[in-house]
Design a protein around this ligand. Structure first.
Ligand SMILES: Nc1ncnc2c1ncn2[C@@H]1O[C@H](COP(=O)(O)OP(=O)(O)O)[C@@H](O)[C@H]1O
Ligand SMILES: [Mg+2]
Length: 273
């Protein structure tokens, strides 16, 4: 019993993940854990491997080697899983909102939220039921900026589109929601709305991963920060234990003081100081 993981331990735990595309190794021995009720910010320079890592989690890219553990129920033991497709990830309750939002401009909010899911749910939902569920989900996330769920997505602002994509991700009892740069294209007010939504998801008990370049966003909403440097996990730390400057150093050089990768030029293994 004493050796077992705490009930509030990570829902996803990756160890020693390696991933190459042909001759190019993009992820090196990566460890990464995602906790329920928390926002974990995944940071790193362009090309550091952030999107690749979340695509491995989401079953888009197969991992070459390493352990992928998933805690199927709170308080349960983490078990090794093979996530070989987005469908397998969705079955575990893992949803990813990708950088280029997969929303259809010519459809309305309800149609977008249920797109491609009719089959998976196994039953045919009628329009009324879908509309009710879409509205309920948005209301449950305290989204008040969307006037009608029958609005065409083409008519929405960037922030509203991001909101719809996030609501779509949480529609199906998801436990882990991963957002790849959700605020990259947004203005100040819309960014604020999306960050508030991100925080609410975690406060509802979901495990949220937020990929972001923006240190203000990261420090505004995250509980933990994981910094990738050239495909290695430089450090995964609690946000309250680090400063902006330290995180910037981890991003740009893989280390900061005694935090980060061993060795003078980032050639060591990831180590948490
Ligand atoms: N499908 C792919 N095929 C080949 N190389 C890829 C592929 N996806 C990503 N890469 C490479 O992997 C590296 C990491 O990319 P990525 O994960 O998108 O970084 P980030 O999201 O941190 O900017 C880059 O060098 C990129 O060119
Ligand atoms: Mg990316």
């Amino acid at each position: 019993m004493t050796a077992s993981a705490p009930p509030d331990g990570p829902v996803i735990e990756l160890r020693g993940i390696n991933k190459s595309f042909g001759p190019v190794q993009v992820l090196h021995d990566v460890a990464f854990s995602v906790h329920p009720g928390e926002v974990t910010a995944l940071v790193g320079d362009n090309g550091a491997g952030k999107s690749t890592l979340v695509k491995c989690i989401g079953g888009i890219h197969p991992i070459d080697s390493g352990e992928y553990l998933f805690r199927k129920e709170p308080g349960g033991e983490p078990v090794p899983v093979h996530v070989g497709s987005p469908r397998a990830a969705a079955a575990l309750g893992i949803e990813i909102v990708y950088q280029d939002l997969a929303l259809c401009d010519n459809l309305d909010i309800v149609q977008n939220m249920f797109l491609g899911r009719e089959e998976k749910s196994g039953i045919v939902l009628d329009e009324y039921e879908m509309e009710r569920k879409a509205a309920e989900t948005l209301a449950g996330l305290s989204v008040r900026t969307v006037k009608s769920v029958r609005q065409q997505v083409a008519s929405l602002s960037g922030g509203q589109r991001q909101t719809v994509a996030i609501a779509k991700a949480v529609l199906w009892n998801s436990r882990v929601v991963i957002l790849d740069e959700p605020t990259a294209a947004l203005g100040v007010a819309q960014t604020q709305q999306v960050l508030e939504l991100v925080r609410r998801l975690a406060d509802k008990g979901l495990a949220v991963v937020l990929i972001s370049h923006n240190m203000n966003d990261v420090f505004a909403v995250s509980d933990r920060i994981a910094a990738l440097y050239l495909g290695q996990m430089a450090a995964q730390v609690k946000t309250c234990d680090v400063t902006h400057a330290q995180v910037v150093e981890l991003i740009t050089s893989g280390r900061s003081g005694d935090l980060g990768l061993a060795g003078t030029n980032g050639n060591g293994n990831g180590a948490r100081a």
